[in-house]
Design a protein around this ligand. Structure first.
Ligand SMILES: *[C@@H]1O[C@H](CO)[C@@H](O)[C@H](O)[C@H]1NC(C)=O
Ligand SMILES: *[C@@H]1O[C@H](CO)[C@@H](O)[C@H](O)[C@H]1NC(C)=O
Ligand SMILES: *[C@@H]1O[C@H](CO)[C@@H](O)[C@H](O)[C@H]1NC(C)=O
Ligand SMILES: *[C@@H]1O[C@H](CO)[C@@H](O)[C@H](O)[C@H]1NC(C)=O
Ligand SMILES: *[C@@H]1O[C@H](CO)[C@@H](O)[C@H](O)[C@H]1NC(C)=O
Ligand SMILES: *[C@@H]1O[C@H](CO)[C@@H](O)[C@H](O)[C@H]1NC(C)=O
Ligand SMILES: *[C@@H]1O[C@H](CO)[C@@H](O)[C@H](O)[C@H]1NC(C)=O
Ligand SMILES: *[C@@H]1O[C@H](CO)[C@@H](O)[C@H](O)[C@H]1NC(C)=O
Length: 459
């Protein structure tokens, strides 16, 4: 992880060296310029990937901490960024390593829960890999060989493991927890990103397959988010709350990826419902709140951490997802395009102004609003700029396909339903366990009660 003190030192050096002159090597003036700039930024992003080198693990970025800077989920997000890069620019240079990566990490039950990452496996982590598989299906990214898991089935597997009663206990009246194994730190936290990934996948699977069950889960998840006030009436989205407090102790930090993941899901629900008023209102509300909170001066800004540069490695990658997701949202909900696209363009101009050229170590920075290199660098910074630049080509790209509009990926509605899903981990704590044992007992009891409520209401 990049330490804050190192960042501050680097930033001071840049100022001293007169950094901040716009770099002519990065241009978005024409389609050709956009493709060239995206190619440069993509190449520099891939320099952080070591998974295709001898002795390294395919699919992951160096990590998880302390072994390297990056948690497992971020590589899943990176493959999605690169699928969009291919879709938008046509450059297939990285398609082979994208495919290898997405297949290597599926895990024994083909549901993106590989045992190596159990110790920090959250529903959001699994969800990011699932959303990248979904993206592959939606864009007819080359299908894997027939004896390998298929993109759509992988997305369905992630969805099904998350829709399982095991993951939806009655604490806080429903919703997904952050972590999956009960022994992980953060199992007692229910948060917006875990539920946002599930909502997003549900909405997209509904549109792709026209199976109403997915849409029902998306509705249910939205309703839960608003009922516990993780999303307020002004469409602000807060980070999460603890089950011990019935999710009333809401951590009010706002992160841009929460808005982005719900905004794209809402756009898909709008499309799936043939432009319903309900989803139009929700989508437009999210667009307004996202632009208000995260795009001051029409430039992406990670409000919770950017001012003092206290962003974690994870947070340094959120802007790129937001750009990509808002861009894709304009394909399935063209009504928002006039409001969204000009902001994304202005923000992308600011983004490239943080990149510096060959002479002193080519890289892009993070503080886009300064329109100058800020001394930071990393896979997140590269992904952000890549997402912003390549998304400028959204108007020329084919909208996401569905099973009935040319989608070729083979699905399996039952994928993931026989997954281990950590059932064996769900043993009650032994008498000797002290810390949190009472809470855990309540959680497990509540989960049993939750299951019967779930079944008796036929949801
Ligand atoms: C790994 O991928 C990178 C980026 O595509 C490429 O530059 C490098 O040559 C590849 N290495 C191997 C051993 O395939
Ligand atoms: C799990 O870790 C081992 C040891 O580092 C590695 O060989 C293997 O490829 C990893 N599996 C996955 C799915 O990443
Ligand atoms: C629709 O999705 C649900 C949930 O995954 C699944 O149980 C059901 O079999 C699907 N229906 C069809 C017709 O594929
Ligand atoms: C928990 O909060 C929900 C609203 O989200 C409320 O309906 C429920 O009564 C609360 N439960 C307890 C035990 O306070
Ligand atoms: C959307 O319209 C299509 C075609 O008229 C129809 O088949 C479908 O059921 C509609 N979807 C919803 C969710 O109303
Ligand atoms: C749904 O998405 C398609 C693109 O696949 C688009 O042509 C259509 O206009 C969208 N529907 C609505 C209601 O915006
Ligand atoms: C937006 O622009 C105003 C006026 O130039 C400036 O004072 C403010 O700091 C800017 N906000 C951000 C987040 O950069
Ligand atoms: C998807 O389309 C194919 C033919 O194009 C059809 O055979 C299959 O039943 C469809 N699947 C679903 C879930 O609608």
């Amino acid at each position: 992880m990049i330490s804050i003190s190192r960042l501050a030192a680097a930033a001071a050096m840049v100022v001293a060296a007169g950094g901040g002159v716009a770099n002519a090597a990065y241009s978005i003036a024409t389609t050709q310029d956009i493709k060239q700039t995206a190619a440069t930024v993509a190449w520099d992003l891939l320099q952080y990937y070591k998974g295709n080198l001898t002795g390294q693990t395919p699919g992951i970025l160096p990590g998880p901490p302390p072994a390297g800077d990056y948690y497992w989920w971020e590589a899943g997000a990176m493959w999605g960024t690169l699928i969009d890069y291919w879709k938008l620019t046509g450059d297939d240079s990285y398609n082979k390593i994208i495919t290898q990566a997405l297949l290597w990490q599926v895990g024994p039950d083909k549901d993106y829960m590989p045992p190596n990452v159990t110790a920090s496996l959250g529903n959001d982590d699994q969800g990011f890999w699932g959303m990248s598989a979904m993206l592959a299906a939606e864009n007819n990214f080359p299908d894997p060989p027939e004896d390998q898991p298929q993109w759509l089935a992988l997305a369905q597997a992630v969805f099904n493991t998350q829709a399982s009663p095991d993951r939806h206990d009655a604490t806080c009246n429903g919703g997904l927890r952050w972590q999956i194994p009960w022994s992980n730190n953060g199992y007692n936290y229910k948060n917006s990103i875990a539920n946002g990934c599930f909502f997003n996948l549900g909405a997209r699977l509904a549109r792709y397959t026209e199976n109403a069950t997915y849409a029902m889960w998306a509705e249910k998840t939205w309703d839960w988010m608003t009922s516990v006030k993780l999303m307020d009436e002004k469409y602000n989205i807060y980070d999460g709350g603890h089950v011990e407090a019935n999710c009333t102790d809401i951590n009010r930090a706002q992160f841009s990826y929460n808005n982005g993941v719900f905004l794209l899901g809402a756009a898909y629900m709008y499309n799936y419902t043939n432009g319903s008023d309900l989803w139009r209102t929700r989508l437009e509300g999210l667009v307004d709140s996202t632009l208000n909170v995260f795009f001051p001066n029409n430039t992406a800004y990670e409000v919770a951490c950017e001012e003092h540069m206290s962003c974690t490695t994870d947070m340094l990658s959120f802007k790129g997802y937001v750009h990509r997701w808002m861009a894709t949202a304009t394909q399935v909900a063209p009504i928002i395009a006039p409001k969204v696209l000009p902001v994304l363009r202005n923000s992308a101009e600011a983004a490239i102004a943080t990149c510096k050229g060959e002479a002193n170590g080519r890289t892009c920075g993070f503080k886009w609003s300064t329109r100058a290199y800020d001394g930071s660098h990393g896979a997140g910074q590269q992904m952000n700029v890549l997402g912003a630049v390549s998304s400028l080509l959204i108007g020329q790209a084919r909208p996401p396909v569905t099973n009935s509009t040319g989608g070729t990926s083979k699905g399996d509605p039952n994928a993931g339903t026989h997954s281990d899903n950590f059932k064996n981990e769900r043993e009650p704590p032994t008498v000797g366990d002290k810390a949190g044992a009472g809470i855990l007992t309540i959680a497990i009891l509540a989960s049993v009660i939750g299951t019967s409520v779930w079944m008796s209401t036929g949801i």
